[in-house]
Each structure stands twice: as structure tokens, then as C-alpha cells.
Design a protein around this ligand. Sequence first.
Ligand code: FE2
Length: 453
Amino acid sequence: MTVTDTRLAPNTFLSGNFAPVDDELDVADLPVRGAIPAELNGRLLRIGPNPVSPPDPATYHWFTGNGMVHGVRIRDGRADWYRNRFVRDDNVTEVKGWPHTGGPRHGMGPGVANTNVIGHAGRTFAIVEAGGLPVELTYDLDTVQMTDFDGTLPGSFTAHPKRDPITGELHAVVYYWEWDYVQYVVVGTDGRVRRTVDIPVPGKPMLHDCAITESQVVVLDLPVTFNLEAAMSGKALPYLWDADYGARVGLLPRDATSGAETRWCEVDLCFVYHPLNAYDLPDGRVVCDVVRHPKMFATNQNGPYEGLPSLVRWTIDPASGRVHEETLDERGQEFPRHDERLIGRKHRYGYCAAFGDGIEHGPALKHDLERGTTEEHQYGKGRVTLEPVFVPRHDSAAEDDGWVMSYVYDATTNTSDVVILDAQDFTGDPVAEISLPQRVPFGFHGNWVPDAG
Ligand SMILES: [Fe+2]
């Protein structure tokens, strides 16, 4: 049969392990194989799209589904609990008949927050880009309220704030389709926005993530831009490839008072969701390692890739106005992470999830960028890792001395586990594997949030 009506075509992002789960579970004392390190006390949180009611498969875009957060709490060598909860945007509460979520609103949508979940200022937030506000969650992942950080956030936030490891403040670059600028936002350790700087841009770029160094903010201004025609025609995600827009990377001094201080550097056409990390060189150049996509939303508006994304090193030279690009690892990969005590400082190691067609088993990758080598952890037949998160053994442990934790989906059993690897025995057997009571759909991001004290 030839499918001529696209409404009959299956939507990849509603099937297999992309499909949503319906139930909110609370399950205590999870089965563990191996031994959970006693040093780990906290929650491994994760979030992704999980439509609360069946969307139209012809128009559903993966990036726009209602958020669902999953968490495993680990304490004293035990897996205390697994929980999952819808993030209660206005669509979720309406469909479920649940009480309206309090707090402010921004933008026109229902307030979906589906892209990252973080701990900050002793609180937990589900966060998203492009206009939706953060949603504050309890420790147990129930929705508290939508928040503009006590009235201090002018508009949009981001799914990817960067925490300065010295000050504990969050640094972000945010965008909104109505703005003719993007905005640098600093959130203090009290959970309130401390300062903002508007950075003029010639269009309305999708700006998913940023990087910081000790002195600079790295601003991505790349050729995926808001398309009014696509918005008017009802596209769920009205951002398209626009080669004419060009591609550039900006360096804004972190202490700048005006966006006009941004020094822009040309880069070859590409799209980047995620930098791995960036750092200053003594001569004023900046190194920024990124996962580089050759294109995005050019021929396939659904994404999530057009040509395999690879790991590259940008050396950004504000004196010449150019970016030098060097391939670090050309195999398909995404969700780059590193030891976040080194945000903005020189890193040696990076961890990614292998990504793309032809990758049957979905290994995690560990890059040693000093030696130029990559190790693969194969989780076994049919098992696919989601974003790997590095957790240091203790506060003063060396880089890479710790664990790589991830949610791993097993297609042969349709179940998920949390798998804990020893980062320094990356290809060896896992230290521990925690069996979860339901599968965790493919989604976006998560973090280890250590318990206070
Ligand atoms: Fe992301």
C-alpha cells in the first residue's frame, strides 16, 4: 500500500520508546544488580515529551509534547524510589481535570516544560526554551507552580543554563519569537535573576544552548530561524533552516553592560543544539567543543537530525572574526556532557550518547580529548542509553574520577534501567543497574541532583 495521505503515516515520535507512558507511578525499593556506590545520595532526574492525550500524528512535533519528569532517588547504597509525574502545564491540567497550576504565564502556549530538569537554590525546576516559564517541582516531582523567579525573569528562559562552578550562579542565553534580540540572563544562588543583557540579532534564531568560559558567554546565532509563514500555517514548531541567514558565534564578556560588546565570528553553516564546554585561551581566543549538525529542519521539519551530528572543536578568534573548526570524533553522537565542576574551564573528558541510523545498540561514548581517543560502553543487545551524566566521586575528586549514570532502554524487554558505570573503567561491567518499574521514553535531558548536606 502506498501511503498518500500523510495523516495515515505513522509518526516516529509517537511509536516505540518515543511513545508516551500513561501512568504516574511511585515505587519504593527498586531491585538492584551490583552495588550502588555509598557516596551517591540524591536524585537522578530526567525529562522528555509525553503527550497527555493522543496528538494528531500528522502534525505532532517531538519538541512540543507535554513534559513528564522521571526520577530515581538513591541513598545509602539503595534505590529508594522511582517516580514519574506529568509537569502540569495548562493542557495537562485541563485534560486530566486537575487543579489549575498557579503562578505567572508567558507566551501563548499552555506552558509546556519538557526539556531539562535541574536543581537550583534548593528547588527543582522543569525548564524549556522559547517562551515557556520554568515549572517548580517538589522534591518528589509534583508540580508546585509556574515561576518567573519571583517576578525577576523578563520573559523567556532556557533548557540549558550553565552553572558557574565557583559562584553557583546560572548563566543562560534565551530567546523569544517576538524579540529582535536574544538575552543573556544570570540567575543568582537565591533563585532570582540578577542581571540581563539584550544582544541584538538580525533575525529570530532558535538558540537552544550556550557555553560560558571564565570571562565570556558563547552565543550561537545559527541558521534555524522563526518562520512566520510556518507559524501561520499551524506548524507546531515554526523554525526552519535558513541558509541565507548565515552562521556566527558571539563572544560577550560576562561583565558586559551592553550586547553591543559582543564580538561576532563567522563559522561554516551548521546547527548546534549542544556545546560540550568552552574555555578561554591566554591569547584571547576561546575553545568551544560542540556537537555539530550539518543541517537542521532543511528537508525534514521533524528532525531530529539531517546528516549525523559529530563532535567538533571550535577555536573562536575574535581578532580575526573567524572560527577554526576541527573534527574530534566523526561518529554520530549527541547529548554531550562533562564534569560540570569544569564548566568554563579546560576539560579533558567528554561523555556522549551515540546517535543516529545504524547505531543498533546505542552505546555511551567517553572521549579523552587530550589523548584523542574514544571508548564505547556497549550496554548489550537492544539496549540504548539516553544522555549520560557524569557524577564526581566526591567534591575534590579528579576529573573523570566518578560515575557515568544514565537511563538505558532495552528494546528486547521494553523496559528501562538506570545504569551506573565507573567512568575510569568505562568499558567494564556496570557498577550497578537499577530496574525500573516501567520504561522511560526517549526524551531530552536530565541531571544528578545531590541531596543537600
Ligand atoms: Fe538540549
